[in-house]
Design a protein around this ligand. Structure first.
Ligand code: ATP
Length: 193
């Protein structure tokens, strides 16, 4: 089994996330990609706006119909700051025969030295990094580069920050995230001020 793990805040999930996962799945011939919504990102100043179960639910809506994609709620259930190393260690123990790939965009790769135990993260999984929009993924100083693979994705300028701002301003989210996510946001009145 080749398992892709894709961590993020997903506040909310958008088409950039989905395209990243699909491009990596295809390029690396992954059997599945598990989306891992974080309870909170230790490196982000502000916590998420939507709560953990809501962000998991939006991911579930967004990936529905794709048998290769799944949502893994363990970080939200665990609570507190979500450290990739803890999650990777758990998934590795549960899947001793699997090869793990940890997917991320260029901005996340740049932050890797600030993660908890980056060396152990690299022991547990191959990092798979994509460009974020026009910004290429670059291995940061101090990181073992032979454990990082690069995948090119069509430049996508979307961010969750931009979607939240658009939702707050009552602007269209159509084609930025799946229709089922938009319906959920409307239903729950999320990101409105
Ligand atoms: P925010 O705007 O709230 O900071 P975000 O859009 O960056 O959110 P996250 O959930 O923080 O979304 O990102 C999860 C992962 O997805 C990160 O590895 C990030 O680099 C990657 N990612 C998000 N958007 C894109 C995109 N448009 N292109 C490539 N990678 C992306």
């Amino acid at each position: 089994m080749r398992i892709g793990l894709f961590g993020g805040t997903f506040d909310p999930i958008h088409l950039g996330h989905l395209l990243l996962a699909e491009v990596c799945r295809e390029e690396l011939e992954l059997d599945e990609v598990r989306f891992l919504p974080a309870a909170s990102n230790p490196l982000k100043e502000n916590g998420p706006i939507a709560d953990g179960p809501q962000r998991c639910e939006m991911v579930q809506f967004a990936i529905s119909g794709n048998p290769a994609f799944a949502v893994d709620r363990r970080e939200v259930k665990r609570g507190g700051p979500s450290f990739a190393v803890d999650t990777l260690a758990e998934v590795a123990a549960e899947n001793p025969d699997a090869e793990l790939f940890f997917l991320m965009g260029a901005d996340a790769l740049a932050d890797l030295p600030a993660w908890r135990e980056p060396g152990r993260v690299l022991d547990l999984a191959t990092i798979v990094a994509v460009n974020r929009g026009d910004v290429p993924a670059v291995v940061p100083p101090g990181i073992e580069s032979n454990r990082v693979r690069f995948v090119a994705m069509p430049a996508c300028d979307l961010s969750a920050t931009d979607l939240r701002r658009r939702a707050a301003e009552g602007l269209s989210l159509r084609y930025r995230t799946p229709a089922a996510v938009i319906a959920y946001l409307h239903d729950k009145y999320l990101y409105r001020i």
